[in-house]
Design a protein around this ligand. Structure first.
Ligand SMILES: Nc1ncnc2c1ncn2[C@@H]1O[C@H](COP(=O)(O)OP(=O)(O)OP(=O)(O)O)[C@@H](O)[C@H]1O
Length: 252
């Protein structure tokens, strides 16, 4: 029998409302450990809502209501009393790079400090920057402002900042949408390497990117999960007609 990696994240019958608008309708899926899941679908199909519900950051939007559950390593994310603690274990990288107005070093060290992680901070910062494929470019200016970096470097810094706390899961919401093709390619390479150690969920509008970076792909339509499977299967032999139409560019 083929080796089946353990399941890192289980989404179970998850529904989300913003006020009276239902944005997710009973979504269930599993994310195997050390894999990359791409969420694809047309604008408004619920990709970001699903991603943001994985670490409960959508609850920061007033008027949200959630039913169902998300389990990380078998533990309910929604059963946790404090969503802030949940978010500390689940790193997130957003569309536009958003470094703090601090030095490169302090951007990476910050999360580790507030989480009380011990060990040598210089080593931790270097390792996180290495994992984000940024260290060689910044090693001589660690104590200069993060705002002196290019957009692509700033985004890799945000990835390093998320990794420095050793997150159980890394969520990425269209992390290359503000970047040029070369910077995007570097981020894609970084995401591929991260899957050796981390479990990653990435929202992307770019279907080529989904094919390049992910092991599995989930296709969303109108707040529903249409299908999820191994990436080559979803793109080359989709089970659902709606998926076929989307991945062949007939809509969205
Ligand atoms: N803060 C909000 N208040 C009200 N409705 C919202 C809010 N955020 C999202 N929605 C609605 O929820 C639905 C899903 O939106 P969501 O942003 O999750 O989709 P998406 O697939 O990520 O879209 P995009 O690709 O454009 O980012 C849409 O109908 C959207 O209008």
């Amino acid at each position: 029998m083929a080796y089946e990696p353990p399941i890192k994240l289980e989404v179970r019958d998850l529904s989300v409302w913003y006020g009276s608008t239902q944005a997710l309708h009973g979504v269930s899926l599993d994310v195997p450990e050390r894999s990359v899941l791409a969420l694809i679908g047309a604008s408004g199909s619920g990709k970001s809502t699903l991603l943001r519900a994985m670490n409960r950051i959508h609850e920061l939007t007033p008027g949200t209501r959630t039913e169902g559950d998300v389990r990380l390593d078998g533990q309910s994310v929604y059963g946790a009393a404090d969503p802030v603690l949940v978010r500390r274990h689940i790193g997130m990288v957003f569309q536009a790079p958003n470094p703090f107005p601090k030095t490169i070093y302090e951007n990476v060290a910050w999360g580790a400090r507030i989480n009380g992680l011990d060990g040598d901070m210089d080593d931790r910062v270097e390792e996180a920057l290495e994992q984000a494929a940024l260290f060689s470019e910044v090693k001589d200016r660690l104590h200069t402002s993060a705002y002196g970096l290019s957009g692509g470097q700033q985004q890799r810094l945000c990835i390093a900042r998320a990794l420095a706390v050793e997150p159980a899961l890394l969520l990425m919401d269209e992390p290359t949408s503000a970047l040029d093709p070369r910077a995007s390619a570097l981020i894609e390479e970084t995401v591929r390497t991260l899957a050796d150690r981390y479990t990653v969920v990435i929202v992307t509008h770019n279907m080529q990117q989904a094919r390049r970076v992910s092991d599995r792909t989930a296709f969303m339509d109108a707040g529903r999960l249409v299908e999820v499977g191994e990436t080559p299967q979803v793109f080359e032999a989709p089970r659902e007609e709606r998926t076929r139409a989307y991945v062949s560019g007939q809509f969205g």
